[in-house]
Design a protein around this ligand. Sequence first.
Ligand SMILES: Cc1ncc(COP(=O)(O)O)c(C=O)c1O
Length: 320
Amino acid sequence: MTKISEPNGTFHHQDGSNITRLPDEFYTDFLSDIAKNRRPSPIRSLFPLEKTPGVISLLAGKPNSSTFPFTSLSFSVVSPTSSDEMTLTIDGAELQLGLQYSSTEGIEPLLDWLYGLQEVNHGRKRGEGWRISVGCGSQDLIYKAINAMVNPGDTVLVESPAYAGVIPMFASLHCNQIEVQTDAHGICSSSLCTTLEQWPAGKPKPKVLYTVPYGCNPTGMTATTDRRKEVLQLAREHNFIILEDDPYFYLYYGKAPRYPSYFQLELEEPEVGRVLRFDSLSKILSAGIRIGFTTGPDMLLKAIDQHTATVEPPGALADP
Ligand SMILES: Cc1ncc(COP(=O)(O)O)c(C=O)c1O
């Protein structure tokens, strides 16, 4: 399937479908003051120079990989669908890459694999205005996303009862958390609609909605496709971004097809770019390894990456 990107961010597919993404300028109003004032890491901005032929880089205090004591790592693993054990070995250049400082969004082979995963599971094509960044669990990335978008004192929409892990994040920014009801079909779009339609004139509307669409923690409820579509429509009408926290997406055991994610469903909207998705490997691989990744519009990911690059040592992705 070939595609051509137009200057306005429209992608044409051979099958006749078009996808238009929201322009970069759209996100200016969604970035917090702290995100707008954050400057790129001086170390990371110089990384491209390392590729200059003949340059011996002393940048970022990178140790010489040949001095690492690990020469090979082997893991014994079982597949969830069989009891057969197999051994995975990582060594050579691949191991050296993994042990070294890396680019902020994550090491390339892992990112390539994650892009493929998102394409398969959410029907989104790489290069169409969205990106992925890896973090120390999805919670790390949710915290950075909230910091990138919310100013102290802002009003935010949070489904209720909410995942206990995000309440302190909003509370530390002294946010006014507006509860959105949930029931057996997940988030109540009607409750959200009423809240937004009755919004006091002159009071800034919330910029974000936080929701856990699959097997919500703590309710266990999953939002139906209709509810998700209604929430997406409200996001367009009332101009907010959906923070789709989905660590339980892969823990679906039903026989019927899995409900599509917000990230997938927004393909049916006139424009894409209102969903920032969070995935976690904690529930399916290991919580100790603590790998999560966020997927969404380039401008929001850039703000999250700048946070990572300024507060954490480069490449520190797996801090349990
Ligand atoms: C809804 C929800 N979001 C995020 C997390 C944190 O996930 P991670 O381990 O990837 O940081 C959890 C963990 O229980 C959770 O239930």
